[in-house]
Ligand binder design. Structure first.
Ligand SMILES: [Zn+2]
Length: 249
């Protein structure tokens, strides 16, 4: 995460935040959304230290001149966290969904790495709505799978800043943007032959081998038992264990 020391303080805080490298997944939360305290209900518990200052920083109302560097740094950390938490709420509002849809259309979140998804744009998704538990993942609506972000900057973003419902909510509200599902599957082949035929044969061979080994083991145990009973060590040498099949691995 970049610290404020490299930022241009004359700018609006949100603009600076959005332009910071690594924050490309975030959209701009409307100022009136942030200023409506009702929307922030409960967030002061999530940002216990410097909540009021962080909120002032986000809305460019913080008097920064009197602050020590250390305090400023901590407030900024709190501000980034608070912005993320507000963002999670904002992106599932009509306005937020529209802003994120624009980013999706531009493939701002990257494209599915799966070849058969044909460069399908992705959407960020959280695996938990509880902050500081899971980092953000990328959801592909075509193969309905999730992927790790390519860049480490993106991979370290808290998934709770987007939430578990966001991408699914987006397609509920904007169904026209839901891509057709990918039913195409990659078929492994060896020299042109579908590999599952070969794989099936291998499985059958493995099963047969296992059954044979089980039988050998049973016979061995039986003969051992009879040996101890009858005290005839001669039998041990003739048990089928000497014919044990060597396994390839
Ligand atoms: Zn995909």
């Amino acid at each position: 995460m970049s610290s404020g020391t490299e930022s241009d303080y004359a700018k609006y805080w949100i603009d600076w935040f959005l332009e910071t490298k690594g924050n490309e997944y975030f959209c701009e939360v409307d100022e009136d959304y942030i200023l409506d305290r009702f929307n922030l209900t409960g967030l002061s518990q999530e940002v216990q230290q410097y909540y009021a200052e962080a909120l002032d920083m986000i809305t460019d109302n913080l008097e920064e001149d009197s602050l020590s560097d250390k305090a400023r740094e901590q407030i900024e950390k709190a501000a980034r966290h608070l912005y993320g938490l507000i963002h999670a709420r904002f992106v599932i509002t009509t306005r937020g969904l529209a802003k994120m849809l624009d980013k999706y259309k531009k493939a701002d979140f990257g494209r599915c790495p799966r070849v058969l998804c044909n460069l399908q744009p992705l959407l960020p998704v959280g695996l938990s709505d509880v902050p500081l538990t899971k980092t953000v993942k990328l959801y592909c609506p075509r193969c309905e799978d999730i992927y790790n972000p390519k860049s480490s900057r993106h991979a370290s973003i808290d998934g709770a800043y987007f939430g578990t419902s966001f991408p699914h909510m987006l397609f509920q509200v904007h169904p026209a943007y839901m891509p057709t599902k990918s039913i195409e599957r990659y078929e492994p082949r060896i020299f042109g032959f579908k590999i599952h035929d070969i794989a099936e044969q291998h499985r059958w061979q493995d099963r047969a081998r296992e059954e044979f080994q089980c039988k050998l083991k049973e016979d061995e145990d039986k003969s051992k038992l009879s040996t101890t009973r009858q005290q005839q060590p001669r039998l041990v040498a003739t048990t089928p264990s000497s014919q044990k099949v060597e396994r390839g691995n």
